[in-house]
Structure formats: C-alpha cells, structure tokens
Design a protein. Sequence first.
Length: 126
Amino acid sequence: MGTLLDTSFLIEVERNITALPEGEEVAMAAITASELLQGPLRGDRHTRSIRAAQVEALLSSVGVMPFDLHVARTHAVLAADLASRGEQIGRHDLEIAATAMTLGWQLATLDRKAFARVPGLAIREL
C-alpha cells in the first residue's frame, strides 16, 4: 500500500520538521500540489524565491496523482455519503481523500479530525 501525502504533512517536510517516508511508494494529489504552489506566491520577493525553490524541490521528489474520472467517481460517492449524514469536509480535503481511496492508499495528514469523517479512508498514524 502506498501513502498519499496531505498538504499539512508536506508543509512539515518543507520546513524540515519531518521527513518523507522511506521505502514505500508516496505521492500527492494534484490539489495538494496547487496548495503548495500557492505558498510562495504570498510572500515578499526574497521569501518567494526561497519558498518557490523548496516547493519545486518537493514537487520533483514526490509524484503527483491526477484528479481523473476514477477519482471523480469516488469523490462523488464520498460527497453524497457525507451530505446524507449531514457532515462535510473542505472541498480540497475531499479531493485528497478521494484520490487516496481510489488508489487504495493510506493518507498521511496532520488533520486527522477532518479526514476521520470520511468512512473507509485509511489514515496513517504520524
């Protein structure tokens, strides 16, 4: 089983607080790549260039899984299930959860509370 890396986990990697898992297949969802790319766009010129280099290094070392039709189908089922139970999670989080579940992978995240609402999602203990 591989591990899909959530934005919260990858930010910790970027800050050198934690390391990427070794000896297993890891990737991020496409929306996670977008969230990471937004960070450098929000700082001053000096901060932007440093953070952009960090993000690009991370993107070159971790694969990016697309939001394709298979993921879209899982996403639709999860969204309907959550709505039927009167629960919700963030739109990006739902895309990340759907990507992990479509792949049959676990999710590495620091936001366990939000993702715990998704039935059947395997969350990696950190």
